[in-house]
Design a protein around this ligand. Structure first.
Ligand SMILES: Nc1ncnc2c1ncn2[C@@H]1O[C@H](COP(=O)(O)OP(=O)(O)OP(=O)(O)O)[C@@H](O)[C@H]1O
Length: 367
């Protein structure tokens, strides 16, 4: 499990492992794990559908593998141009030949969209690396996600490439068809919500519907406000979980729980976590990345227990898997935020009708 998070047991002060009990003989466990990844039959035929640029990249990378030559490739392309699709095709072909293909990504969610993906923490910039000059850049340019709307696909690419026309302030013009007019009154937020989510509970209860869309904001307070509005509209059995908040090394109790309860630092769940059956949630910590439970995984609540949330994974490789989420102690990732070290014991989840743009990276929101 530690390996799947890019860590090693040797970095912890634990007794040495007695290797006599290893069941894999002399073969390192990682090799056993990698060679036992099953190739999805659907992925095996993906290579037949590659577009021209994907095909060129696929052929070039595989040629290097076939010739058993080393090589480094950098597949570059804006969102939706089919990078993941290409990786899946490559992984399936290489693994299908009985060879090892290790899929890693810098975030758990990005790894979870690739079969057998692992998280590797990269503390470096690729361009700053001396390897950059040896890298062969392969560019994907065609937006495959917005194929049935070629105008929008082109528009997105122009924005990504910085070639869309701007005004004197450097702002681009959004077409009215994708805007919700802001009348600066109290109903503006409700109108935004109405245009994203149908009000009928039949829609909201459909996990596919609910996870195919989200309202994005730059700020956590906005996200919390929208999520609270949404959960009130949502119908179903309700449960409120309160967190246990404390400060480490506070023998004089300078920071009473009533005060701590009012805080919601970045990356921590709220003190009062209000959930309803079938509502969408997003995980805030890497609990078990190998089984799809990582920071950013989206789930739908199926039921409540006193000390566990019964939920179903609704994205990525582990789609449909039923899991039980525990309450865990969480610390704020931003150490400078408070002059004390804050600890919250809570389920590591937030509602995900709305999420911050940061959290949405690596997510697939097809609607
Ligand atoms: N050659 C193809 N044929 C059919 N569908 C494709 C093809 N390539 C990609 N797609 C589809 O287009 C969508 C976007 O592809 P993908 O997720 O691989 O893009 P990406 O570049 O990894 O996007 P992002 O950077 O946003 O993660 C997916 O639904 C994928 O199935």
């Amino acid at each position: 499990m530690w390996h799947s998070m890019g860590k090693d047991i040797e970095s912890f002060p634990l007794p040495e492992i007695d290797k006599r009990h290893e069941t894999t003989g002399d073969i390192p466990r990682e090799i056993v794990e990698e060679t036992s990844i099953e190739v999805d039959p659907e992925d095996v035929s993906l290579h037949k559908n590659l577009n021209i640029e994907q095909r060129k990249a696929y052929d070039e990378i595989l040629a290097m593998v076939d010739r058993q030559r080393g090589g480094i490739f950098f597949v570059d392309g804006p969102g939706g141009t089919g990078k993941t699709f290409l990786y899946r095709a490559l992984l399936a072909t290489i693994r299908g030949q009985g060879k090892i293909a290790v899929a890693t990504a810098t975030s758990g969610v990005a790894a979870s969209v690739m079969p057998g993906g692992r998280t590797q923490i990269v503390d470096a910039s690729l361009r700053g690396s001396e390897l950059w000059n040896c890298m062969r850049q392969l560019k994907l340019v065609r937006n495959m996600r917005a194929q049935n709307d070629p105008w929008f696909a082109e528009y997105l690419l122009r924005i990504g490439n910085g070639t869309e026309e701007t005004n004197d302030d450097g702002e681009i013009l959004l077409p009215t068809s994708i805007c919700v007019p802001n009348k600066t009154d109290d109903t503006a937020l409700d109108r935004l919500i109405d245009s994203i989510y149908q009000t009928g509970n039949a829609y909201l209860k459909d996990p596919e519907y609910i996870t195919s869309r989200a309202i994005l904001s730059t700020r956590n307070d906005c996200v919390d406000k929208i999520n609270l509005k949404m959960i009130d509209r949502f119908q179903g059995e309700e449960m409120v979980y309160h967190s246990f908040d404390s400060v480490e090394d506070d023998p004089h109790n300078y920071y009473p729980p009533e005060f701590l309860n009012t805080l919601t630092p970045n990356g921590l769940p709220p003190h009062m976590l209000k959930l309803k059956k079938n509502c969408p949630i997003i995980l805030l910590r890497n609990i078990d990345p190998a089984n799809g439970l990582c920071n950013g995984t989206r789930l739908v609540v199926r039921g409540f227990q006193k000390n566990a949330i019964d939920a179903k994974i609704v994205v990525g490789q582990h789609f449909g898997m039923r899991v039980f989420l525990p309450r865990i102690p969480l610390c704020s990732s931003d150490d400078d935020m408070f002059p004390f070290s804050f600890k919250r014991k809570q389920f590591p989840v937030r509602l995900s009708f709305a999420m911050t743009i940061n959290k949405s990276q690596g997510q697939c929101l097809p609607a």
